[in-house]
Design a protein around this ligand. Structure first.
Ligand code: MSP
Length: 533
């Protein structure tokens, strides 16, 4: 089976990463870990976008000089990779647009497009928005105001190179219609299709004159120009997997199975990038998934608006568990939709879902294993025992389908995570896990194991505890892609020998925690956050 190739956007390294960037990373990392659990090989790539005016400007603002951009970005890239490590983001390749192989690939591709007659030179007159790195015609940016970000644009009147986009417009529409390129969620696909059907694509300006911008990759066919940063950046998806230096790997990975991006850069991917592929005679990515924005105080969180939430503040300063942040990002909104971020919402969800629900279930269950079975998981009531059968039946009845739910859980998670069918829906998958956690907590209340202990009904106790332990074992293994550190911790408290990382879905079933397993209750995994202080 083909290795699943997953990409994130490559982030502008003009300032520190924020929750919006962390979101895509956590989502792709979770997807990659999930796919490995269903025995798929995965290649997960991320990286940094290091050229262009934004970086040139940020370098000078940081007190360095023009020409010291590489020094500047080296420092910021370390902040990104350091954060990815803290967030347990395990990627296979980190591509930087200043990597020599990337620069060579950009030059090779632009050279090929030029040789193909797809690139030509003309005088460009219009607006340019530096923060958005976007060109606008006189009519698009009314009075010189960027239609995207609302900031003033600069006037341009200069010679530049252009890429013939409209030449491939029809072919692109066909690709989308034939589902060779799927854009998710469906609402985004509709937007792209109606844009393509309603407009003749303007040719894309792919250069900046050297005299205006030095920090970029020189065009192979004209030394007086550098590549427009978006064209440079998009090519990372090729340069990082061996387009030039490892043809075999490239052929094994392309077309990408899923390219995850934020909704603001959908046109760059679903139109520009897809068309660059068509012009090169290559297939466009199989799927582009555009997620929504994290909104703070009603506005998109962004560096330029100064309302960013720094993940390090939450992890290092407030000492919230990393996996709690991963959980919040993945469960708060359905993937594809906007979500509101605030520390209050984070704490609310933490206390409700993690401390009170999951953490409590683990704690109560392990306490009972210690108390009633000396810390060793019990055998279920022996088959054929009349008393066992009737009490077992009673416990199942009280359990409200806990056994069936637990057994169906891996398939339910696969359903929500399926990238071939509108997935991944992290919120949906986590919802299934929490449904079982909820049921298990309620089961403790209704089955009242303490009562059976008082009455020495050992058969009932065994069934009750086994129901809880098996449910927890299954939840733990399935939780791993979402919350890897917590899952491994739960796994060792449950006494399960095999690391979650090595558990594949075929192993995740009733009986996952064998009878006779010694449990090792540890400190509560999610101590309640007290907000009254
Ligand atoms: N460098 C380009 C991408 C080039 S990909 C070939 C870029 N960089 S960025 O750093 O500005 O943004 C990277 C990603 O972060 C985008 O997918 C963007 O949607 C995402 N986010 C930025 N702010 C965000 C939120 N407030 N919420 C969620 N994601 C957001 O664009």
């Amino acid at each position: 089976m083909k290795t699943v190739y997953i990409t994130t956007p490559i982030y502008y390294v003009n300032s520190s990463p924020h929750i919006g960037h962390a979101y895509t990373q956590v989502a792709c990392d979770t997807l990659a870990r999930f796919l490995r659990q269903i025995k798929r090989d995965v290649f997960f790539m991320t990286g940094s976008d290091e050229h262009g005016e934004k970086i040139e400007k940020a370098t000078v603002e940081a007190g360095l000089k023009k020409g010291q951009e590489k020094e500047f970005v080296d420092g910021i890239v370390r902040r990104f990779t350091g954060l990815w490590e803290k967030l347990s983001i395990r990627y296979d390749r980190f591509i930087r647009t200043t990597d020599p192989i990337h620069e060579e690939t950009v030059r090779a591709i632009l050279g090929a497009l030029y040789a193909n007659g797809d690139i030509y030179k003309k005088i460009y007159q219009g607006w340019f928005c530096t923060p958005c790195e976007a060109f606008w015609s006189w009519t698009q940016a009314e009075k010189g105001i960027c239609p995207d970000c609302g900031r003033p644009c600069e006037k341009l009147d200069e010679e530049n190179y252009f890429f013939r986009m409209s030449k491939y417009q029809k072919q692109l529409i066909e690709c989308i219609e034939k589902k060779e390129l799927v854009i998710s969620p469906a609402m985004r696909s509709n937007e792209v299709v109606s844009f393509l059907n309603g407009n003749v694509l303007q040719d894309l300006c792919i250069s900046r004159p050297l005299k205006r911008l030095a920090w970029g990759i020189r065009l192979p066919f004209d030394d007086n120009f550098v590549a427009y940063v978006w064209v440079d950046a998009l090519i990372n998806y090729f340069s990082g997997i061996g387009y030039l230096d490892n043809k075999e790997r490239f052929q094994g990975l392309w077309p990408a199975d899923i390219q995850v991006i934020g909704k603001d850069i959908i046109r760059h991917h679903a139109v520009y990038w897809a068309i660059i592929n068509l012009a090169l005679g290559s297939r466009p990515p199989k799927r582009i998934f555009a997620h929504g924005w994290w909104v703070v105080g009603g506005e998109k969180m962004s560096k330029s608006k100064g309302n960013v939430v720094d993940p390090l503040y939450l992890i290092d300063e407030k000492k919230y568990p990393v996996d709690a942040l991963r959980y919040f990002l993945l469960s708060q909104v359905q993937f594809g939709w906007d979500g509101t971020f605030s520390e209050e919402l984070f704490i609310e969800k933490y206390n409700a879902d993690l401390a009170n629900n999951l953490g409590n279930l683990l704690n109560r269950t392990l306490t009972m294993v210690e108390k009633y079975f000396n810390g060793v998981t019990p055998e279920r009531a022996p088959n054929g025992s009349e008393q066992g059968a009737s009490l077992g039946h009673e416990a199942e009845r009280l359990g409200g389908g806990i056994v069936e739910s637990a057994q169906e859980l891996p398939a339910r998670v696969r359903h929500f995570m399926d990238i071939e069918h509108e997935g991944p829906d992290f919120q949906g998958a986590l919802g299934e896990l929490w449904d079982l956690v909820d049921k298990a907590n309620k089961f403790i209340e209704v089955s009242a194991p303490w009562k059976h202990a008082r009455e020495s009904n050992e058969y009932a106790l065994r069934i009750i505890i086994d129901n809880l332990i098996q449910s927890l074992g299954i939840v733990t293994a399935l939780l791993y892609p979402f919350m890897p550190t917590v899952a491994e911790n739960m796994r060792s408290q449950l006494g399960m020998a095999l690391p979650c990382e090595r558990m594949t879905h075929d192993m995740i079933r009733w009986g996952i925690v064998p009878a006779g397993t010694r449990t090792l209750k540890g400190a509560p995994i999610f101590p309640r956050i007290d907000t009254s202080k």
